[in-house]
Design a protein around this ligand. Structure first.
Ligand SMILES: [Zn+2]
Length: 66
């Protein structure tokens, strides 16, 4: 299926069998992002995690308990 990236308007073709294609078909609201844009968002998210605005992790000490 053909999909358009919401960020850069690039048209991509993705395999109909992929999970992403199914998700996009089931929910048209679900937006598509191409690889480069996805990476950009990921980097931004990671940076935010590093600066401490996000708290995704639980206390790591519990993991060291063995
Ligand atoms: Zn894009």
């Amino acid at each position: 299926m053909r999909v358009k990236c919401v960020l850069c308007d690039k048209i991509d073709t993705i395999d109909d069998e992929t999970l992403e294609a199914k998700r996009l078909r089931n929910r048209p609201i679900h937006t598509y992002m191409c690889g480069p844009c996805n990476n950009r968002i990921e980097i931004k998210t990671n940076e935010r995690i590093k600066t401490g605005n996000f708290r995704l992790y639980r206390d790591k000490k519990t993991e060291d308990h063995w």
